[in-house]
Design a binder for this molecule. Structure first.
Ligand SMILES: [Zn+2]
Length: 341
């Protein structure tokens, strides 16, 4: 079975997170279904939601569909929430159900079936970190190995990209001075900087800092779906020349040319985005980034247990066995190794 490393899930902050080990009745991901789908590792996000955020797009005067900007989450509130959510992951490790990946040796062990699957601890939006970065070392010690400075809202570190269609990702200013400092300090410590929810300015801010391979953990190609959250060809080119990667997201609305939140979306669209990115910048820069438990994903895929169907779809668009193994695991290993040192 092909070993799968998945670049993004929101399972640990789902309401029924307590059932991850034994199996949840709903949602996309738990340990039994990970095993069924061949998923041996993944990036597990800690995400503090804005109060009462409504994801229903409304039509703007210019005709574009947009989700209202999410309210900022105060640092103290995000920090309390994130400590609890990360604690859930550490408790699963203590119980022997999974291992928090702190080194690439942990990734390799999981790939080889030696011990439980690995989880990379990720902050999706760095609100939980103080702007002076005093708490970042503590988070590193707890196992934090990936940070997205912003989610799709503003915080002390920068401005996230709002959900707009059709729209360029160039929606406003990028990183603040604190955001630049955060990205630099993450690179020094060996924490990957994830560009997934940054707007285009923020993307180029990180690119210009030349800290490591450019990584967008759960995104798709703007050429195939003109959503502000997707990556333009010039962003893809920069990702390729930095030896980074795109984790292709499975969220229906970012895959479809019409941005519809329609669960009846063919899973072949995921393979088409993968093929587009591979054609443009090479298969070494394509990986998986589901957004399980954080998005509506194609019904024909269902959940993580359906991954073998996605591997078939990747073969259908022309990827060979070795390329599929790279997309499924090796490319993620390469970029994490580069950031973690
Ligand atoms: Zn996300």
């Amino acid at each position: 079975m092909v070993a799968i490393f998945d670049g993004h899930n929101d399972t640990i902050t789902s309401d029924d997170y307590a059932l991850i080990a034994t199996g949840r009745a709903a949602g996309h991901l738990d340990l039994p279904r990970m095993q069924a789908g061949g998923m041996r590792g993944g990036i597990f996000a800690v995400f503090a939601s804005s109060a009462d955020h409504d994801f229903t797009p409304v039509q703007r005067p210019d005709g574009a569909m947009a989700v209202e900007p999410a309210a900022p989450v105060p640092h103290a509130e995000a920090a309390e929430f994130a400590v609890r959510a990360a604690g859930r992951l550490l408790a699963l490790e203590r119980a022997g159900e999974l291992r928090i990946a702190r080194t690439v040796a942990d990734l390799d062990a999981a790939r080889n079936g030696d011990g439980p699957p690995v989880a990379v601890l990720h902050l999706e939006g760095a609100e939980a970190i103080d702007a002076e970065l005093e708490s970042l070392d503590l988070w590193y010690a707890a196992g934090l190995r990936s940070v997205g400075p912003v989610w799709s809202r503003s915080n002390e570190f920068g401005h996230g990209v709002p959900f707009v269609f059709p729209s360029s990702p160039d929606t406003g200013p990028g990183l603040t001075p604190a955001g630049h400092a955060l990205a630099r300090r993450c690179a020094e410590l060996g924490i990957m900087v994830d560009l997934a929810h940054l707007n285009e300015q923020g993307f180029w801010d990180v690119a210009r800092a030349d800290l490591g391979p450019l990584v967008s953990s759960h995104s798709a190609a703007h050429a195939l779906c003109q959503a502000s959250r997707n990556l333009t060809d010039s962003q893809l080119d920069a990702i390729g020349s930095s030896n980074g990667l795109v984790g292709i997201v499975y969220a229906c609305k970012f895959l479809r040319p019409d941005f519809a939140e329609d669960i009846d979306t063919p899973l072949e669209l995921i393979a088409q985005h993968a093929a587009y990115v591979a054609e443009r910048i090479g298969v070494a820069h394509v990986a998986l980034g589901s957004d399980f438990d954080g998005a509506t994903i194609p019904a024909p895929l269902g959940d993580v247990a359906g991954i073998p169907k996605l591997l078939d779809a990747l073969a259908q668009v022309g990827f060979d066995e070795q390329e599929i193994a790279a997309i499924a695991w090796d490319n993620w290993r390469r970029v994490l190794d580069a950031w973690w040192r």
